[in-house]
Design a protein around this ligand. Structure first.
Ligand code: SF4
Ligand code: SF4
Length: 410
């Protein structure tokens, strides 16, 4: 694709990167075939190729409009288009630039700004979110049915005291919403890693990985979260932890990207790069230890696995969890259109409710078509988005594996 970016932009790192990405695109349109929003609306501007054109125009000096913002807002950042693109177009980085440019140029209506601010100030803070969720759980009977459906039952995390002291240790991201919504996920991961001879450093004071603010156009705030996590983790890194394990596939790509996102920060660039090299999705850690994983075989439970976009497209870890489940004796249900997003996508399910609900209903229909006994996934966002509407239980895959350990139950 030929480009004519504004000369002032071409002098910036971001402008140069955007120009390079645009030049890789040959506008073939293959990516439209796997784009969930293009499939729903049929509008070229709701597909990756159309969005790339909108961003190109903005970068070349044609002022973006509210319509530009609408089509960029409707993008799930699922990155299915990147998996499909034969030219390797790094769409999500271009989208970050396009969104930042549009955010500066076109003011949002007050109520939209207020909602986005509120989401950033509540969801990204573990204690605030836990208090709000607890209040919602207490007041549940008084709330409208649609709100009730979004509030899961209260779960308490039991303390885990490993019986053996292991020489190997890892950090595990606690994050923002997961400890309140589903504390059993990290507990199950700790138990499984313990069975593999790996100690998880007891709960550290980390926080949101920064993805929530980053995707809501608050780049400075996202960087503040990243710096805080680096400060919390650094003493443990210096003491020799092997990895920073992330159980939410939605957060893992962000931590893996700290090095790039903080590359211009002289005080943090080096440490951020080190953090990125240590960041691992839980599935990567477990699969590397798999030869030593001596679990009793599962009793042929039929599982439908929903591979989150952040696992299969952003981290390119397709098939890893599916293989682990099968090797542990689970039977995998057939799932059509497994490449498509469930509509959760961070705050997308709140900000783009109608599209998100349609995507969720389509996803659940595909997951439940082959009569599974449960649905497994790898991301708290997808889990929470689907659980209230599924006809079978929805769990993190590590909970299924953990239930096979001696003394554990499903
Ligand atoms: S992003 Fe890739 S698949 Fe889509 S139009 Fe450009 S080159 Fe083709
Ligand atoms: S990231 Fe997903 S929703 Fe956005 S353009 Fe690509 S495929 Fe479509």
């Amino acid at each position: 694709m030929q480009t004519a970016l504004r000369p002032s932009l071409l002098q910036t790192t971001e402008g140069k990167q955007a120009d390079e990405i645009l030049r890789n695109c040959v506008h073939c349109g293959f990516c439209n075939a796997t784009c969930p929003t293009y499939q729903l609306t049929g509008d070229e501007l709701d597909g990756p190729r159309g969005r790339i054109y909108l961003i190109k125009q903005a970068l070349e000096g044609i002022p973006p409009t509210a319509r530009t913002r609408l089509h960029l807002d409707r993008c799930l950042t699922c990155r299915a288009c990147e998996t499909t693109c034969p030219s390797g177009v790094d769409y999500h980085r271009l989208l970050d630039t396009g969104r930042a440019l549009t955010e500066q140029a076109v003011a949002r209506p007050v109520q939209e700004r207020a909602l986005r601010w509120l989401l950033r100030r509540t969801l990204a803070f573990r204690t605030r979110f836990a208090l709000l969720l607890h209040a919602g759980q207490l007041l549940r009977p008084l709330l409208p049915a649609t709100v009730q459906a979004r509030i899961p039952a209260r779960q308490r995390r039991k303390p885990f005291r490993p019986g053996t002291v292991h020489a190997r240790s890892v950090l595990m991201l606690n994050g923002c919403v997961q400890p309140a919504l589903a504390p059993q996920i990290n507990l199950a991961a700790e138990k499984l890693l313990d069975a593999l001879g790996i100690r998880v450093v007891p709960e550290t004071a980390d926080g949101c990985c920064g993805a929530l603010s980053h995707h809501l156009g608050a780049g400075g705030e996202a960087k503040a979260f990243m710096r805080r996590n680096i400060d919390v983790w650094w003493p443990h890194i210096e003491r020799g932890v092997e990895a920073i394990v992330v159980t939410a596939s939605g957060c893992a790509p962000m931590v893996k990207d700290y090095g790039r996102l903080l590359a211009d920060d002289p005080a943090y660039a080096e440490r951020a790069a080190r953090v990125s090299t240590l960041a691992r999705d839980l599935s990567e850690v477990v699969v590397a230890e798999q030869p030593w994983l001596a679990l009793p075989q599962a009793p042929a439970t039929r599982v439908a696995f929903h591979s989150p976009c952040t696992l299969q497209h952003a981290q390119r870890l397709s098939g890893v969890v599916e293989n682990l489940l099968q090797q542990c004796g689970f039977r995998l249900a057939t799932v059509a259109d497994a490449h498509l997003c469930c509509g959760s996508a961070g705050t997308y399910s709140i900000l783009q409710g109608k599209l998100a609900s349609t995507l969720r209903d389509n996803k659940l229909a595909a997951l439940q078509a082959d009569a599974p006994q449960c649905i497994a996934t790898a991301n708290i966002g997808c889990l929470a988005h689907m659980a209230a509407h599924a006809t079978v239980p929805v769990q993190h895959w590590v909970q299924l594996l953990c239930a096979l350990l001696p003394g554990e139950t499903a």
